[in-house]
Structure formats: structure tokens, C-alpha cells
Design a protein around this ligand. Structure first.
Ligand SMILES: *Cc1c(COP(=O)(O)O)cnc(C)c1O
Length: 472
């Protein structure tokens, strides 16, 4: 309603109501002073702006109720006062959950991040000569040792690694890819789009379900073909009447034709992995099979920080290191610290210290025991609460996160059901809690999967559940 058509009487009533609203600083001052003033003021401002808008639009007098305004502002101020990027208890059972930050880091990696970030470091300084060093050099020993490659480097993420490789090796020329591998990884990373921005020309070969070596061979144009690219399908699996060319076969063709071969492994594991019938080749095997460049993620099945790892022939990796884009994609010292130590854990045979492998290794029976312990913790804190049903049950969950599609592992959940709340309402309360808890909703219950809850988080998780089911 615009002022022009509002009768003068209503306008008077509206301005009287607007005048009744408290001033920002008064409202801010009435909020709990444990919250820093800057957030109390920002929250009060936001709540008052909203109240004015509501009064203008609906002239609902309830919008001006001071007690309600103070309550809303206190909630908002408290929310503003804690970091927006916050820890979450992952009760989904999905170990590599992209939205929840993928891989939790090993203690040793975290400790090194803290040591390096607290003060100064050898990031780009060579203590032997006292001269400038290269931040790329920190992985020069460990990555080739783990993969058998001549040279290695790391950038911000695997999408960046693929981009850098295409820019460096294929700009203005063509890259041959199987139609069965023109995948979307999620988060808008589509192989054809990445190709376009890198200025490389995409040459599709084969069909959706079948691509043969001869398809690649007949598409090679000397001088024009820059790269044969093999992309790991990562988050989907083809079955039935399918055929594709393994990186090793492609490498043989590339060598014959004098065209480099790149394998984008996506996840990339440092030892061969078989799970639920799915096989992941080790990076070392792909390198040994002859791939000239291999790229993989730091925070998928490596279990480290977000990063993109590039290993391969020294000449090609060297060109990528020197490319101007490498500077834009470079890692910061905290990520480098975490990545180097995570890689060293593999080198030293200590991969069972990496949370990813610990979580995967838990047997279904061990998880049943942990779910039972969580139930006990919840019951103890809830003494006498009626209408809440807590059941330990066995089920399966995807390993997830753009790795090992359809690979399900047996697990145990604590199923929580409330007589007074729908499962959806309970899930929403768990999300809104501090810390927030992510869970699955199934069969009218909330399912808390113990595989992704660290033993040290059980007590906190129990508190989250108790608050969610008992809050008024
Ligand atoms: C996940 C994935 C990427 C992107 O890796 P990020 O580290 O998430 O940037 C690229 N290619 C493949 C095949 C992938 O699976």
C-alpha cells in the first residue's frame, strides 16, 4: 500500500506504531552483554528494519511487540557472534561428504598446520642457502616417492589441477576425450566446460557406452592433438553393454603417436583399493602404466586437505609449474603443511592415523556397540522423558562424496523417534543446534550413523539429541 492511497487516519496510526519501536541502541543494550556490542547492534538493526517493513505492509501491531523484538534480536546476535564456518557433527555416515568439508584431517597434520601457521616458516625460503626457495619444493621428495612419478606439484584443488594442465599443455589445440567420460563432477565442474574455458578444443570420440582404442587412434591429428585425456567417472558407474579404454592402453597409443596422455583420477588412492566390488587403481599403477600426467584430489580418498595433486613427467610438470596460472592456483602454507604431513603418514606406513581410513575400517559390530553406547548416553541425560524411542539398528550407507559410487558399507545407526515431533522437525532442530548435527531421515525416524561420528564426539552428539527431543 503506497502512502498516496492510504487514508490519513491509517497513516497516523502507522507512524504512531513506528514511533513505538525502540531505538536501536536501547534494544541492543537490553540484550545479554555476553554478546559483543557490535553483534547486538547489528542484530537490533536488522530486527527493527524487519519490524518496520512488517508494520508498513500489514500494520500488524504484533510486529512492534518489544518483548518479541528483544527475543528475536538476542537469537540473531548470538548467531552473528559465532563464526559462520563452524564444526558439524556428521551423523549421515557419508565419510567424504562434500558439503560437510570432505576429509577430516589427521592429528599429526593438524599439529603441523598449527606449528607452521603460528609463526614464520620455510614456505619460500631455503635455509641452506639463505635464498629464496620454492613453495612447490616441499612435496618434491614425498610425492614422487609415493607415486613413482618423476615430478610433482600441488595446487588449490583437482579442478584447478585439470585446468592448469589443459592451459599449459593444450591451449589452442585439441584434446581427445571419450563420450563416456564427459562427466559432471558436481558443483558445476563439467569436463566440456573446463575444456572451453581453458581454450582447448574438445574432440569427442566413441559413444556414451562404448569407446575403443581405435576411436582415439583415428581422431589423432599430428600437430593438432595436444592431449589424450582419460577422466575417472568418479560419481557414477556404467554397467551392461559398456567398453572403455584403460589409462595404460591409452598411454601406449599416446607414446606411439607422440601425444601426451593425462589421467584425471578424481579421488586417487595411494594403494589399490577394492570395496564392494569397485576397484580403484593406485596412482602409482596409473603412473607405471605410462600416463604422462596424473591428477587427483587431496581431500577425497587421500584423506587430506583440499588440494589438487599433479604427478608426471618432469618436463610437463615443469611447464605447469612455470605457467602464470600456477601462481593463481597455488596452495597456502596451512594447506601445504597439512598435505605434506598427510602424505608422510602414507610414506611411513601410518595411514591408519588418517581419519578416513579409521572410519572406513570400523566393523559393523563395532558400530553397533558404539550406537548402543550413544543410546545409553542419551537415555542417561534424558531420565524419564516419555515418548522418545531409541533403537539401535544395522543398515547400509554410501561411502560417498564423488568417490566409489554405489559402494555401500554395512553400518549401525541410532534411530531416534519422538511421539511429539515429526522426523523432519527433529532433523531441523538437530541442524539448528550448536553444534549443528547432520543426520538422515528414514522410516519416520532420525538416523544417526556412528561411522562418521568420532568417538570423542559421542558425548556432544548425545547432548544434541537430548536438546532436540526435549526442547519446548
Ligand atoms: C572430484 C573430481 C574433480 C574435482 O576435484 P576437486 O578436488 O573437488 O576440485 C575433478 N575430476 C574428477 C574426475 C573428480 O572426481
Amino acid at each position: 500500500m503506497s502512502d498516496a492511497v492510504t487514508p490519513a487516519r491509517d497513516r497516523g496510526a502507522l507512524s504512531a506504531r513506528l514511533r513505538q519501536l525502540p531505538q536501536v541502541h536501547r534494544l541492543a543494550d537490553s540484550l545479554p552483554h555476553a554478546t559483543p556490542a557490535v553483534y547486538r547492534v547489528a542484530a537490533s538493526q536488522a530486527v527493527l528494519d524487519r519490524a518496520r517493513l512488517t508494520l508498513r505492509q500489514s500494520s500488524d501491531p504484533a510486529a512492534a511487540r518489544v518483548a518479541q523484538l528483544a527475543e528475536d534480536a538476542a537469537v540473531l546476535a548470538a548467531r552473528l557472534a559465532s563464526p559462520h564456518l563452524a564444526p558439524v557433527i556428521n551423523g549421515t555416515g557419508v565419510i567424504l561428504h562434500t558439503n560437510l568439508g570432505r576429509a577430516p584431517l589427521a592429528e599429526a597434520a593438524l599439529a603441523h598446520v598449527e606449528r607452521v601457521a603460528r609463526g614464520y616458516s620455510t614456505l619460500e625460503w631455503d635455509p641452506e642457502t639463505g635464498r629464496r626457495g620454492s613453495r612447490m619444493s616441499h612435496l618434491d621428495e614425498v610425492l614422487p616417492a609415493l607415486t613413482g612419478a618423476e615430478a610433482a606439484m600441488a595446487v588449490n584443488n583437482n579442478a584447478g589441477a585439470v585446468l592448469l594442465a589443459l592451459f599449459t599443455l593444450a591451449m589452442g589445440r585439441s584434446v581427445i576425450v571419450s563420450r563416456g567420460q564427459l562427466v559432471e563432477i558436481g558443483g558445476a565442474f563439467r569436463i566440456p566446460d573446463v575444456m572451453r574455458v581453458s581454450g582447448a578444443r574438445l574432440v569427442e570420440v566413441g559413444t556414451t557406452n562404448k569407446t575403443r582404442l581405435s576411436d582415439y587412434a583415428s581422431a589423432i591429428v599430428p600437430g593438432e592433438t595436444a592431449l589424450l585425456l582419460h577422466v575417472h567417472p568418479s560419481n557414477f558407474r556404467q554397467t551392461g553393454f559398456v567398453e572403455s579404454v584403460a589409462p595404460g592402453e591409452l598411454a601406449a597409443l599416446g607414446r606411439e603417436a607422440g601425444v601426451p596422455v593425462m589421467a584425471d583420477l578424481g579421488s586417487g588412492v595411494l594403494f589399490p583399493l577394492t570395496m564392494g566390488g569397485a576397484q580403484e587403481p593406485a596412482v602409482r599403477d596409473v603412473v607405471a602404466a605410462g600416463a604422462d600426467v596424473t591428477t587427483f584430489s587431496g581431500d577425497k580418498l587421500l584423506g587430506g586437505p583440499q588440494a589438487g595433486l599433479i604427478v608426471g613427467r618432469a618436463e610437463l610438470v615443469g611447464a605447469m609449474r612455470r605457467h602464470p596460472l600456477a601462481r593463481a592456483l597455488r596452495l597456502d602454507k596451512m594447506t601445504l603443511a597439512a598435505l605434506e604431513v598427510t602424505l608422510r603418514l602414507y610414506r611411513e606406513g601410518r595411514q591408519d592415523e588418517i581419519p578416513l581410513w579409521r572410519m572406513l575400517a570400523q566393523s559393523e559390530d563395532a558400530l553397533v556397540q558404539r550406537a548402543t553406547r550413544l543410546r545409553r548416553l542419551v537415555r542417561r541425560q534424558m531420565a524419564g522423558e516419555a515418548g522418545v524411542q531409541l533403537t539401535v539398528r544395522r543398515t547400509t550407507a554410501p561411502v560417498g562424496g564423488g568417490s566409489l559410487p554405489e559402494v555401500m558399507s554395512g553400518t549401525a545407526v541410532l534411530a531416534v523417534r519422538s511421539a511429539n515431533l515429526s522426523a523432519e522437525a527433529l532433523e531441523a532442530r538437530l541442524r539448528a543446534g550448536t553444534p549443528a548435527m547432520a543426520v538422515r531421515v528414514a522410516e519416520d525416524s532420525v538416523w544417526v550413523d556412528l561411522r562418521t561420528v568420532a568417538p570423542s564426539e559421542e558425548r556432544v552428539a548425545a547432548g544434541c539429541i537430548v536438546r532436540a527431543v526435549t526442547a519446548p
